[in-house]
Design a protein. Sequence first.
Lengths: 324, 690
Amino acid sequence: MLLFVLKRLGVMLLTALCLTFVVFWLTNLEPNLEKLAKEQANARMTDEQVESWLEGHGYRRPLLLRYGEWVGGVVQGDLGTSSVFRKPVAEIVGERLGYTGWLMFWVMVVMVPSALLIGVLAGMREGSRTDRTLSTFSIASTATPEYVSGVILVVLFASSRGGLSPIFLERGTLLKGVATSATDSITFENFALPVATMALYGMGYIARMTRASMAEVMTAQYIRTARLKGVSFPSIVIRHALRNALIAPFTVIMLQFPWLLTGVVIVETLFNYKGFGWTLVQAASNNDIELLLSCSIVAVLVVLVTQLISDVGYVWLNPRIRVR
Amino acid sequence: MTDTDDTPILEIDKLSISFFTQGGEIPAVMDFSCTVRPGEALGLVGESGCGKSTVALGVMQDLGRNGRITGGSIRFRGRDLTSLNAAELRRIRGNEIAMIYQEPMASLNPAMKIGRQLMEVPMIHQGASAAEARALALEVVEAVRLPDPERMLRAYPHQLSGGQQQRIVIAMALMSKPSLLILDEPTTALDVTVEAGIVELVKDLGARFGTSMLFISHNLGLVLETCDRLCVMYSGEAVERGSIADVFDRMRHPYTQGLFRSIPLPGADKNARPLVAIPGNFPLPHERPPGCNFGPRCDYFQAGRCDAAPVPMADVPGDDRHETRCLRHDEIDWLAGPVASADTEPVTPGDVVLSVRELRKYYEVAGSAFGTGEARVVKANESVTLEAREAETLAIVGESGCGKSTLAKLLLGLETATAGSITLAGEEIQDIAVEARDRGTVSSIQMVFQNPFDTLNPSHSVGAQIMRVLELFGVGNSTAERRERMLELLDMVKLPRAFASRMPRQLSGGQKQRIGIARAFAGTPKVVVADEPVSALDVSVQAAVTELLTEIQRRNRTTMLFISHDLSIVRYLADRVMVMYLGHVVEIGTTDEVFSPPYHPYTEALLSAVPIADTSVVKKHVVLEGDIPSAMNPPPGCPFQTRCPRKAEVPGDRCETEVPPLRDLGHGHGVKCHLSREVLDGMEPVIRIA
Ligand SMILES: Nc1ncnc2c1ncn2[C@@H]1O[C@H](COP(=O)(O)OP(=O)(O)OP(=O)(O)O)[C@@H](O)[C@H]1O
Ligand code: SF4
Ligand code: SF4
Ligand SMILES: [Mg+2]
């Protein structure tokens, strides 16, 4: 087991190196550097001035050397300085990740239990009316991208002219369409919409996986054994079927994390919530090299750590392949 | 038994069960009645598809979404089960009626420890505390004779062998001391020697707890060993019911008679007393004939009478509760022998065609799933030596994992040998894989496979597939010639020529196996390897296919290697027998030599384990402990030493340390055992006809 984890960590390191190198190379392409110089110093610089600025700030040294220096810095815990925010990258990434962490946390809290519940309820009696209703709902929710469902939700709950707000309230809206204030304190009002937007999209997918897996488990021989032992239907579902049925969706849930990162970019921009996704957009549009590099590392970490968790969890749930 | 309360435990009366599918109603069980009294074991026998399991599930009221009881009643201790609500049913299931079915691995929850699965039963039904339930579980696991009960309770199902899993399933059924136990083919997935242990266990437990049993099986021998009464089913109906003695020795239904004539009993002999197959095929539920279901296959059929109206059950006068569903049961001369096909002369074997010397096959297998651990070696065949002559049938017998199939693969060139030699008609072929073999070699050694379903290409007509084989073997110069030969082959396997244009899915199992035989014999092979050729077929079809195979073999003077785990059929058709265990040949000799003492201790146990459907047979009782060791991790010394009941008769620790040599006891009868000549000579026959 340990060896397996170590191998995975090695792969992770290698991937991080490759990816950051690509990002490094892209951000150091000539037009990007020029843009950076003009932004940092003076927008109306001549070509010579740009050249000497770049020379002066060390951007003209060999690419590999500079990449090496950056890696060296990272190893010592120095992620560099953001050219947009003019603050240490570590500080920004830490702070923004914290905000995004809260968003993710609430998305997971809402999404996972409701998706599993929907999947289990739909799958335990395949073909029943409950199944058909819930399945239609989950298909609809996965088929709607965040920027569509987000807008619909905003119109429904956060518009003072249309949607539901005028029906219930004299003035103002039921929920807030902007989540900027949530970085200070999270309230239901300012956070419900971004969370719901993200959760809806992921939920349908997990629910359908759970349903398929649950339906299959419910036809297994050992479920019949349990039924013929006199186990009641709720206990059959909870004690005999659930664990076996969760093996497949568990992997999917874990693989949802990386997907959440892209969702985060859209939703944070849409609701102007200044988390990691929003920062990434800022960094990319301003060619903030060192911030972008750190963001890439974070992305790789998230993808690979969740994969590791999903593998380990799969093994744990499924005793048949448990490593001795 | 002084039972004052003689309400039957189970009383099924005129039960009809149908499944409703898109294609319409399928009546799976019709007008089925039977009774199980307290402490009684009732056997339910019939071919696959006749409705045995449907009856069992009907009793459990677990017919699934599309199954429904359409008539009749099922009374359990006087209460009609069909009228119970869900809660009442739950109180009965697993508490008063328990059920065990075929696949032990599939019936246990893979993600739940054995202990929890067992403890659940008393916790649901008796409201026992976890500690009480655990104590009871320990007790019951001990009762089903599993080693180290504590460890068993902590194990997951996949950590146990098939035999151990089935014992756990039985333990689970016994946790609440049910008054009725339904066993649906409980041993079909197990090896014979393991099966024997389970059967003994079930009988003991039945006697100890006074449990009534409904024992479902397609194996008449097994029913004879376990049951008091018997009910024979055919195509959804009970056709004969009675005590074991009545039904076995004074059967009053032509189908029962046909069944007994088509299974190889000790007296049968391929030359003097050949098997008599039941003609035709089993009717599908929606194609049943009018009147008697068995009519189209019955020798005593009378038009206008047997096909006029549904046949009711009738009492056989003089016997105890013996009934039959035959209109002519009192007219038929039941003592008359079968209209025997003419006796055939025994064939005299010719020269040696195939000779195998010191053949070994080792497989390297990777360690664990995650690629850690060093590769291990599976010794699938250890030093196999044999000779087979022209027109001779050599049977290879053994249980799963003994290396039978590996040997077949080596002969066919599907694998190449690790060491040793295979000589076919003077040519060494052990190192030539099948792709590298020339046409002559490929067509001169052919195989009939166990599963006729897997070996035919579903998208080509049967005729085209045979012609393709002929082309590969270089038979015939033109398509017309090959077509002619293909039609001859169809004649040879007794299929109508019109079948040439049929697709495989339009054939029954027996018909597919005939096509398999036709393909194997297409290039007039010298040697045919038949790997369990009939074990996937229904009992009544098995005899016909076996007969066909031996007849073609006899006519072509082909050498046949007949691989089987079924000793009855081996005794019936083999000239010589080779017994294998864990990759070793433990005994080899003529059929008579192997089936009579002196035996190798494993052969002795195997013979005792095989159920024989003959009330006059008395068997010596040898039941082996434990399971077959894994070929990945064979014991040191004699391969059989972990289970051998005669190990104590060998002085010292030779059995544990030294692999015994294959000793020749005379005339080429070899036995791989350390037992002394005196002990061997003192052995008694296992099977005696009283
Ligand atoms: N390709 C393979 N790789 C690894 N091990 C194998 C392979 N084929 C067979 N074995 C092992 O070799 C041993 C003998 O196998 P074989 O298939 O010959 O048994 P068998 O007697 O035919 O069993 P059964 O009656 O169940 O078919 C078994 O332990 C099996 O697991
Ligand atoms: S009723 Fe007629 S067809 Fe049916 S088994 Fe009896 S004799 Fe045969
Ligand atoms: S050698 Fe020993 S262990 Fe092996 S079969 Fe003979 S008596 Fe049994
Ligand atoms: Mg095999």
